[in-house]
Design a protein around this ligand. Structure first.
Ligand code: NA7
Length: 532
């Protein structure tokens, strides 16, 4: 049995920063990580083409000016491999590795109400006791693969994007079927198409994807960007998603038709691109008319790029999907790849998957032969990782019971009935709608401030009150109801998992407002928390 002040689960961006800050504060702390390397999302998602959709200068820690100065990003959007190198660099630079236990999966965590500590057990049977338990388990860490009957009899290879073999997969000369067209599928398609002799993409729902306009950094460009780094970070902090996207402050109605088109083009083309498309008009995610303008523009672009009208029509999102309602994909040559004769698309919304066969995949209309099946079918988002653990709070309440109707929380940080437990960038906080690294730093800094307060006041148990949690859940729902997000069937809403309760999980009203709220909570003597 090991006694600690704090136990952190997960060695991704969140767990690593939490470790750094806890050690700085003099706490006895360890991080338990189930993978055999650090990096979290960036450790597991090694599929071909994996890349962050937030620009590297923003998707990186801001806590150390020296770190910012010395690390040289090579591209505007970093690849998975580069981000993993960065995370490993951070771990070594701040000598964090000795306090990270790899290959250590947490299976059980029970709150000991008498001692006010968490007792945590790993798969190997090791037991840790710690006053504080920090769940840095990530929002997209439990992969979801459809239970495809017959997969065992399939004679070829199959892989999930989030459990990609370390040594990579060579698709040269092979016939590949790829299932799923979220960000992972969209990133993989152009890269696999380079190798495969034939690639068939099975798409259930067409979503929007926009060009990344990724470019390598020249030394001059990087130097110029770094010279203005503090300014960039400051602008990021005040932007709705925690990264500066040059949001247009005008609603569509405040612009002429010509101005609207110019704005849309600017954002689609080089100067903009990527998530800037989500900030074309101030009322884009709240006004259906404005959203339709952007959606219609993007639909036309798909038809311009994809030459075969049949493929273009399958790839074009339907009218009932708001632009950005499902997470926007940010791509490099996704639509263009379908102009290659050996790349095809099948609408498995119209002809659903039936099973795998010995030689490939069967839909209700056809058999598709292949050598490899690639699943890019996503995750049990935001709640999967916590629910996978036998997590019990006061009175033996399990997280599965607590979250039966969906993930309730106070500020996305606390779960009432689970004292001394913090969720970093969890549901109920801006989380996946924001620049995750920024949200992680915000949460960890705030947790450390709270723990300092607790230490100064001899507090041993910190928990959210039921009233505070209920009010926060209502606030999150009210904010989401003002937007078009709930109109889309998406993993933000839990729609991708059978039986998952349908509710919009992240806090939608933006990073600056969220930060103001948690600041106010802290300055109001941690309103909504019970400390004893
Ligand atoms: P996503 O965005 O959840 O995408 C999963 C895709 O897989 C999506 O197109 C799904 O279609 C499709 N899917 C899932 N189950 C099935 C079945 N049973 N049959 C056919 N198609 C299916 O996951 P990603 O890994 O791409 O991206 C996750 C996030 O990681 C991403 O947003 C970034 O933040 C990084 P659907 O749309 O549900 O009809």
């Amino acid at each position: 049995m090991k006694e600690l002040d704090m136990l952190v689960v997960g060695a991704g961006f969140a767990g690593i920063y939490q470790l750094y800050k806890a050690r700085e504060a003099g706490l006895r702390v360890k991080v338990l990580e189930m993978g055999d390397g650090v990096g979290g999302t960036w450790f597991w998602n090694r599929y071909p083409g994996a890349r962050c959709d937030v620009e590297s200068l923003d998707y990186s820690y801001s806590f150390s000016r020296e770190l910012e100065e010395e690390w040289e990003w090579s591209e505007r959007y970093a690849t998975q491999a580069e981000i993993l190198r960065y995370i490993n660099h951070v771990v070594d630079r701040f000598s964090l590795r000795p306090d990270i236990e790899l290959n250590t999966k947490v299976v059980k965590a029970h709150f000991d109400e008498k001692a006010n500590v968490w007792e945590v057990q790993t798969e190997a049977g090791e037991v840790y006791r710690a006053r504080y338990l920090v769940m840095a388990t990530g929002g997209l860490s439990v992969p979801q693969r459809p239970s495809l009957e017959g997969l065992d009899s399939f004679k070829g290879r199959w892989h999930h994007s989030a459990r990609w073999p370390n040594e990579g997969v060579d698709f040269s000369g092979r016939k590949v079927v790829l299932i799923g067209t979220g960000s992972s599928g969209v990133q993989m398609v152009p890269v696999i198409a380079e190798q495969a002799s034939h690639l068939t993409v099975l798409q259930r729902t067409a979503n929007f994807s926009v060009p990344a306009h990724n470019v390598p950094f020249t030394p001059q460009a990087l130097k110029a960007a770094k010279a203005r780094y503090p300014e960039r970070r400051a602008m990021g902090r005040e932007a709705i998603t925690g990264q500066f996207l040059n949001a247009n402050t005008k609603t569509a109605a405040e612009m002429t038709e010509q101005e609207q088109m110019a704005e849309l083009e600017y954002r689609w083309r080089g100067a903009g691109g990527g998530f800037r498309m989500l900030r074309t008009f101030a009322d884009q995610m709240s006004n259906p008319e404005t959203n339709r303008l952007v959606a219609e523009f993007a639909r036309k672009k798909i038809h311009e790029i994809v030459k075969d009208p049949r493929k273009a029509s399958i790839l074009t999102p339907k009218d009932d999907l708001p632009f950005g309602g499902k997470r926007l994909s940010v791509d490099s040559n996704y639509y263009e790849t379908f102009n290659k004769p050996h790349v095809d698309i099948v609408d498995v919304g119209a002809e659903p998957l039936v099973c795998a066969t010995e030689t490939g995949i069967r839909t209700t209309k056809q058999d598709i032969d292949c050598d490899d099946i690639v699943f890019a079918t996503g995750f049990d988002a935001l709640t999967g990782a916590l629910k996978a653990i036998d997590l019990r709070g006061e009175g033996g309440l399990t997280i599965k019971e607590k979250w039966e109707q969906g993930p309730v929380s106070y500020l996305g940080l606390f779960i009432s009935g689970f004292p001394n437990l913090f969720v970093v960038a969890g549901p109920g906080s801006p989380s996946v709608l924001s620049n995750m690294v920024h949200s992680i730093e915000t949460h960890v800094d705030w947790i450390m401030r709270l723990l300092k307060h607790a230490q100064q006041h001899g507090v041993q148990r910190i928990g959210a009150t039921q009233e505070a949690e209920d009010a926060w859940v209502q606030r999150c729902a009210d904010e989401a109801a003002k937007t078009l997000y709930p109109k889309a069937k998406s993993w933000y809403m839990g729609d991708n998992i059978d039986g998952k309760p349908r509710l919009f999980m992240p806090f939608v009203a933006g990073v600056p407002l969220y930060r103001r709220i948690i600041e106010e909570v802290a300055s109001n003597n941690y309103q909504g928390l019970q400390m004893s």
